[in-house]
Design a protein around this ligand. Structure first.
Ligand code: ADP
Ligand code: MG
Length: 698
């Protein structure tokens, strides 16, 4: 290390003051989320080039990446094939190599002098003789510490904005190297004892190594440390939340009560073993005297609704109130109908509250909720409006909970005094994800479908097989069954997608199925219009329902047997799995047809997974491996996209260790008050404040 001069740079300083950056580049860096020195250090290379070994020119092979060390034997502008270029010839003991530039002449001409010792790196090509086009290079005489030669060198993720300011990988390497010279020592977040116990290298060293690894093993250790940090803080967050939740008093509902028994007796089926087991877990929470915070995971059709009702009935039986929140009006309406049907012979007052509930009716419902006259309300976001108040909200059930943000759930919770929370999701979540995203919750899994399911056969087809699909639909309709056809409108604001769906609908109606009643459902329709289309389909007035992904979750139409998905390659596997879960639910065998219109072999292979298996967990695992966690489970809304090093698909072992360490730490020092834990607490407060929501840490 050289002697440190002038004031040291600190992690919190603006990146603008880093040597080689300045205001213009600082602005470009904003776009990639880098504003402080710390951000810059956490802007990790996207990959590395191994330039540790130098090849003699005579051993070069065409097509290979290579590093060559030699002296400049000639340079000058040349013409060939009507193009002007600048050429530098380099020689070593055994041969010569041409280096060629097609632009930036002025700058490049001045770099090289005949006789200079240089190293060049690039792909070996052949044009009249061995050459490299636009090689990266080091001038060995001028640069006492060649940045780009004799080592593993990093390549940084570039953007147009960065490139425009000349901030390429070459420049990045220099900036980072110079930065270390002036950077104040980086304090470690962990104690030496902890690092030793977990075999973690120091943070400063890890950051240095990640930008300029000495070798594979130091890279590996650095990456491990940086991954560990990311997982550790998430788990620490989970541990803190968990502790706060456990400290909250939870109302006890120890008995089942007569209401539950009545509902239970009138069920048209027997609960599956899995349903019975989960019911027992829920009852355990009601008896424990602490707040329930449970996530119920169950594949589509596994029968979550009836469990929600039974849980609700336990609470309602004690004159307390229950709110059930669903992400869409359609789903809320369906829950309402399902609950009503299951409670046909039972004295239980329930209401549906959505954005399209008429004003007067809404007022009445609100009044009854305030008075406690109404025990059970099912609804959408309408439930979290300011003027909705409960007399005694003791349980909230959130369906498809990943579609809600932490904030929305929090808003509903605030309407009660520590209400129990039962969240439900049909998205099977691989274990590593579950403990990362829901590590503060208890998890119940419904891993068994009711035995009366006929199942679904899935086929992936190309557009030229469409006729067969239409024939299949027609046949099923003639048998009295119903069909779904889904178009990808990934975000309902995409005008182009919606147009394609409307055009598809118009075409089918006019040309293919003019004699068959069809409905069209999309997310931009008004509540009552949607309801009308859905009702017509449920009443079998229409036989084919063309829809966008609004029908993705939860819709239950036992008479539907066919699910056709257009442009299936644009969907995630989990999403497709949920779509086909809409059919084959009763005694009728379902047929799912996935139309692939692009994406090539890669998509074909991906979609083939659905032909092969119907195991939601396996599909979720594959989806995670293929698409990364960012795409899944609303990672964005949780703010987890900030993870830089972590890779949920492969970090299972690290996640488990980090979780253990984090939970042990919080058991030991619940409020992180011990002196050596202050830095951890500070990071938690600085970086994870939003996700701490109702948690008390001060
Ligand atoms: P999901 O878990 O996807 O929300 P639902 O609760 O909508 O599933 O249940 C799907 C269908 O299965 C419903 O029609 C429901 O009546 C039925 N069902 C639920 N439990 C059972 C069971 N134990 N046996 C038979 N059918 C069941
Ligand atoms: Mg459901």
């Amino acid at each position: 290390m050289s002697v440190k001069v002038s004031p040291l740079i600190r992690l919190t300083d603006s990146v603008q003051y880093v040597k080689g950056i300045g205001p213009v580049r600082a602005e470009a860096l904003q776009e990639v989320g880098v504003s402080t020195v710390e951000d810059l250090l956490y802007y990790f290379p996207r990959r590395y080039l191994d330039r540790r070994s130098v090849s003699p020119i005579r051993d070069l092979r065409i097509g290979e990446q290579a590093t060559v060390l030699g002296r400049v034997t000639g340079k000058g502008m040349k013409y060939a094939r009507r193009r002007k270029f600048f050429q530098v010839t380099i020689g070593d003991d055994g041969g010569t190599l041409n280096c060629v530039w097609f632009r930036g002449f002025e700058w490049i001409q001045d770099r090289f002098q005949v006789g200079d010792r240089v190293a060049v790196h690039g792909k070996v090509e052949f044009y009249k003789q061995m050459q490299m086009v636009h090689p990266d290079f080091d001038l060995m005489d001028q640069d006492e510490d060649p940045l780009h030669t004799g080592k593993i060198v990093p390549l940084y993720p570039g953007t147009a904005g960065l490139k425009a300011t000349g901030l390429d990988s070459r420049r990045f390497r220099r900036v980072i190297r110079d930065l270390w010279e002036r950077l104040a020592p980086i304090p470690d977040l962990f104690t030496d004892a902890f690092r030793h116990q977990q075999s973690l290298p120091a943070l400063e060293e890890s950051l240095q190594q990640i930008h300029a690894p000495d070798d594979d093993s130091s890279y590996g250790q650095a990456a491990h440390r940086l991954k560990f940090d990311e997982h550790f803080f998430l788990q620490l967050l989970m541990a803190v939340r968990r502790r706060s939740l456990d400290a909250l008093p939870g109302r006890k509902f120890p008995e089942l009560g007569p209401l539950v028994r009545q509902i239970y007796r009138s069920l048209p089926y027997r609960l599956t073993n899995a349903q019975v087991r989960v019911m027992r877990e829920i009852r355990g929470d009601f008896q424990a005297g602490r707040m329930m915070n449970r996530l119920l995971q169950g594949d589509v059709g596994s029968g979550k609704t009836v469990l929600a009702l039974l849980a609700a009935a336990i609470v309602v039986g004690k004159q307390a109130q229950v709110a059930v929140m669903a992400p869409t009006e359609i789903l809320a309406g369906q829950h309402y109908r399902a609950f009503t049907a299951l409670c046909a012979n039972v004295d239980l007052s329930l209401a549906l509250l959505t954005g399209s509930t008429p004003k007067e009716e809404r007022q009445t419902i609100l009044q009854k909720l305030r008075d406690g006259e109404l025990s059970l309300v099912i609804g959408t976001h309408a439930l979290i409006q300011k003027d909705v108040a409960f007399k005694d909200l003791a349980l909230m059930i959130v369906d498809e909970q990943h579609r809600f943000g932490v904030v929305q759930r929090g808003q509903l919770m605030e309407k009660g005094v520590y209400p129990h929370v039962l969240a439900m999701t049909a998205t099977p979540i691989p274990r590593t994800l579950a403990i990362t995203y829901h590590g503060d919750m208890d998890i119940s899994v419904l891993d068994e479908l009711p035995g009366n399911r006929a199942g679904v056969i899935t086929t992936v087809i190309q557009p030229d097989q469409l006729d067969e699909t239409y024939q299949l639909m027609r046949r099923e309709v003639e048998l009295g069954h119903q069909c779904f056809l889904v178009y990808p409108v990934i975000t309902e604001s995409e005008k182009g997608d919606l147009k394609a769906a409307s055009a598809g609908y118009a075409h089918l109606k006019k040309k293919v199925f003019p004699d068959i009643g069809m409905g069209f459902l999309h997310g931009r329709m008004k509540g009552p219009d949607k309801e009308q289309v859905m009702t017509a389909f449920l009443a079998r007035e229409t036989h084919i329902l063309i829809a966008t992904t609004v029908i993705e979750v939860g819709i239950d139409v036992p008479n539907a047997t066919v699910m056709v998905v257009e442009n299936a390659e644009r969907f995630g596997l989990t999403q497709l799995h949920q779509l086909r879960g809409r059919i084959g639910r009763g005694s009728l065998k379902g047929r799912c047809v996935l139309i692939q219109r692009g994406g090539g072999d890669e998509s074909a292979q991906r979609l083939a997974i659905l032909e092969r298996t119907s195991d939601g967990f396996e599909i979720a695992d594959q989806d995670l491996k293929l698409r990364g966690h960012g795409e899944l489970f609303g990672a964005r809304q949780h703010g987890y996209e900030k993870m830089r090093m972590a890779d949920l698909a492969n970090d299972g072992p690290i996640i488990r260790v980090a979780r253990q360490a984090a939970f042990a730490l919080i058991r030991h020092d619940p409020n992180l008050d011990q002196r050596e834990h202050r830095p951890l607490k500070q990071v938690l407060i600085d970086k994870y404040r939003q996700q701490l929501d109702f948690v008390t840490i001060s």
